[in-house]
Design a protein around this ligand. Structure first.
Ligand code: AMP
Ligand code: MG
Length: 356
């Protein structure tokens, strides 16, 4: 099929285009759209046939449930029976919605099994992006929407990324430029007594703790012997075609190790890409010029993790476009947004961390 590629202003979306996109959704088709986190691939979340198409287009495993996106907080009552009567839900919504927080709650019958992969809980969020909100409102239904990438690949943060992955496989793409957060929403499970983060993301654990008191982190996220509670977190994910290695240690040692590894892989005839922080480039100093690296990027300062999170998927994708075969990059502090950033980098690296 021919994929329509519509440019839409992020601040003043053209209602005419939004209406055409909403018609596609109501007729059971797929439309990719921007959110503040990454681009989503939307279908009518109450139409099982439309939802099934998402899994086909992405090559997504069927046991990985989808998030329903809504445009008004009160819509949650129609989708999650737990929403009425659980005071935590209202507290979280008023503080964090619209925004990058997904709530997992006991579901209502109206939510099809295709969305929840047969679970009795449903994941719901209200995105903070005018184009996403306008599309949901015009469609008149919650949008089931995972990230709009081929399954396993880094998530898309521009409409062009979506086109690269899904062009010809979906009806339309709404393009509004690069997304602001750059990594996906935080998935918070409220179906038990203690709130559990199933996927770290745009809303930090620290911010959630301020509202809820105790917030746990699913131990399956960090312990390879356990299966993560969120079905999606067990798969290889966020990986470019190039092999990714994370180098961890003190700054000076990291620089030395990166040097060593660059020579090692270049000697093997591999095209090495270096995605390093400003601090690491400074630590390499004049030697950086002598390294047999094929591609180099400065990710900015290790003290500005929001900025690194915003660009990381796009930087991984650029390495692939350049034909890089081995990517050497770093590890980060896991406070704040660093938890989400490290979770994604570890997965893209298949957990390969090299100690410096
Ligand atoms: P994606 O939309 O592809 O970025 O991924 C959505 C994430 O939310 C995946 O990790 C899913 O496994 C997770 N998720 C969605 N619904 C549920 C649910 N009912 N219970 C647990 N995790 C969920
Ligand atoms: Mg995804």
């Amino acid at each position: 099929m021919e994929t329509k590629f519509w440019q839409v202003s992020a601040t003043h979306p053209d209602l005419n285009i939004i209406k055409q996109a909403a018609t596609i959704i109501r007729e059971g088709g797929l439309v990719a759209f921007p959110t503040e986190t990454v681009y989503g691939l939307g279908a009518d979340g109450l139409n099982p046939e439309a939802v099934k198409k998402i899994f086909v287009a992405k090559g997504r495993p069927n046991d990985n449930p989808l998030i329903l996106h809504i445009a008004e907080g009160k819509e949650i009552l129609r989708l999650a029976r737990q929403a009425d009567g659980d005071p935590r839900v209202q507290q979280l919504i008023s503080r964090f919605w619209p925004g990058p927080l997904t709530l997992v709650l006991a579901k209502q019958k109206i939510v099809p099994d295709e969305v929840t992969a047969g679970l009795d809980t449903v994941a719901i969020r209200m995105p903070q992006h005018l184009v996403a909100l306008a599309l949901i409102k015009e469609s008149g239904v919650p949008l089931a929407a995972p990230s709009a990438n081929r399954s396993g690949y880094p998530s898309p943060t521009t409409g062009q990324h979506v086109f690269t992955d899904l062009g010809g496989r979906i009806e339309a793409i709404l393009e509004s430029g690069p997304t602001g957060v750059g990594v996906e929403s935080t998935v918070l499970d409220l179906s038990g007594n203690v709130p559990v983060i199933l996927r770290p993301g745009g809303v930090t654990r620290e911010a959630l703790t301020e509202v809820l008191g105790t917030v746990e982190l699913d131990p399956g996220l960090s312990d390879p012997r356990l299966i993560p509670k969120s079905p999606g977190m067990k798969y290889k994910h966020y990986s470019p075609r190039a092999e990714v290695f994370l180098v961890q240690g003190e700054r000076a040692k990291v620089a030395t190790k990166i040097k060593e590894l660059t020579f090692h892989y270049a000697d093997q005839g591999k095209k090495v890409g270096l995605l390093l922080t400003q601090e690491s480039w400074a630590s390499l100093g004049a030697e950086a010029e002598m390294l047999p690296a094929f591609y180099r990027r400065d990710l900015g300062s290790a003290t500005q993790l929001e900025e690194i999170a915003r660009i990381i998927y796009s930087e991984l994708r650029k390495c692939d476009l350049q034909g890089v075969e081995v990517i050497l990059t770093e590890t980060y502090q896991t406070g704040g947004i660093g938890a989400a950033l490290m979770n994604r980098l570890l997965k893209s690296a298949g957990q390969r961390v090299i100690k410096a």
